[in-house]
Design a protein around this ligand. Structure first.
Ligand code: NAP
Length: 346
């Protein structure tokens, strides 16, 4: 293995930032050399600035790294960003302009036409947008790539499997989203305990638009979005990690149950360090997927699908699930960075 890339994390003290720290401990290609967060944290060692909330202890190697402001320069080769969208747009542009590849979880740039919105297994060819982005924005060496909204990641993969084989025409999705999706401290316990909240600010428009870009074709230097409509309702539920999506779908071509399950099960994974053995796994058990039982499948990187049936109104219905802070955030961002290295872009 050649040298390790030095990485910085913007928003390092938050829910996704902590996941980055956990996933990058012992990573063969990356070492964390810079951590950055808000004024509340800057100047403190990470161990003091961060209220560690993941299972297991905070890794020793980060404890004494001093948290810095979210401004370039940082002592690293690329940055992972898990900043709130309120500050991400300006900050990520500043890092890209200063020459850093920015691999972002935030929503700020996801739908910009020159910014890849990546699920590496589905649309890795969209990295072709990067050259155009650099030219258009005058970025030099730096650039921005994004990964999708965490709820979109729970159902876009099975849709991709269906879209490739049979064509997707229209989709209704109801998402049941975990508390950790709102960051820390997130939703007050008195709002979510014993409850289901039928509103997540700003979520439904993202869930209704991102999948069409992800499943779009890279042609003539741009993305031709997939031509289907999505209708979404998003709920916050009393689950710590793991977003569930209940999906109904109409297809352009008829397909048997067996063909649909095969399309899901055989969608290839990649051969990168963070790739799971199975990108998606169909589970026959009638009561699966469940967040507690299935979110850690493939180290949190496998999407679990189940309960596929012909529907009385649509062609099919199914349920799918992904780990929102791993596959839906930090894990996908790390996979995207591995992809960019494998393609010689970083
Ligand atoms: P979080 O737990 O609230 O963490 C936010 C992080 O950003 C903290 O490190 C915080 O630093 C820092 N920050 C907040 N305001 C800042 C400011 N004005 N200047 C500099 N730093 C600031 O949020 P999160 O859940 O990790 O989410 C981070 C981003 O990832 C969001 O854009 C979110 O939409 C996206 N995302 C989250 C998930 C998920 O499942 N949670 C999934 C996909 C995408 P301090 O600790 O110093 O305040």
């Amino acid at each position: 293995m050649s040298r390790k890339y030095r990485v910085g994390i913007l928003g390092a003290t938050g829910t996704v930032g902590q996941r980055f720290v956990q996933l990058l401990e012992n990573h063969p290609q990356f070492e964390i050399t810079a951590l950055a967060a808000s004024d509340r944290s800057t100047g403190k060692p990470y161990v003091e600035a961060c209220a560690w909330k993941l299972a297991g202890k905070m890794p020793d190697f980060v404890k004494n790294i001093t948290v810095q402001p979210i401004e370039p320069p940082l002592d690293c080769d690329l940055v992972f960003s898990s900043l709130p969208s309120s500050v991400a747009r300006e900050t990520e542009e500043a890092f890209a302009r200063a020459g850093y590849p920015v691999i972002s979880n935030s929503s700020s740039y996801r739908m910009d036409e020159d910014v890849p919105l990546l699920i590496a297994e589905i649309n890795h060819e969209h990295v072709g947008l990067i050259e155009k982005q650099k030219q258009k924005r005058g970025f030099g060496k730096g650039f921005i790539v994004t990964n999708p909204n965490c709820a979109v990641v729970s159902f876009a993969p099975p849709l991709a499997a269906l879209h490739r084989k049979f064509g997707v025409e229209e989709v209704i999705v109801t998402t049941l989203q975990a508390i950790s999706g709102a960051g820390y401290p997130g939703v007050p316990s008195l709002d979510i305990t014993d409850n289901v909240v039928p509103y997540i600010a700003g979520e439904e428009p993202k869930v209704e638009t991102e999948a069409q870009k992800i499943l779009g074709k890279f042609t003539d230097g741009g993305i031709e979005k997939a031509d289907f409509t999505v209708s979404a309702q998003c709920f916050r539920v009393h689950v710590i990690d793991g977003h569930t999506a209940s999906v109904r779908v109409n297809l352009n071509q008829t397909a048997t149950m067996e063909e649909v399950i095969e399309a899901i099960n055989t969608f290839p994974s990649l051969d990168l360090y963070s790739s799971p053995k199975r990108f998606m796994e169909y589970c026959d058990e009638p009561s699966r997927p469940q967040p507690r039982l299935d979110r850690d499948s493939g180290n949190g990187m496998t999407i679990t699908v189940g309960r596929l049936f012909p529907d009385n109104v649509f062609d099919y219905r199914f349920v799918s699930l992904s780990h929102n802070t791993v596959r839906g955030a930090a894990g996908s961002a790390v996979l995207n960075a591995e992809l960019l290295i494998s393609k010689g872009i970083i």
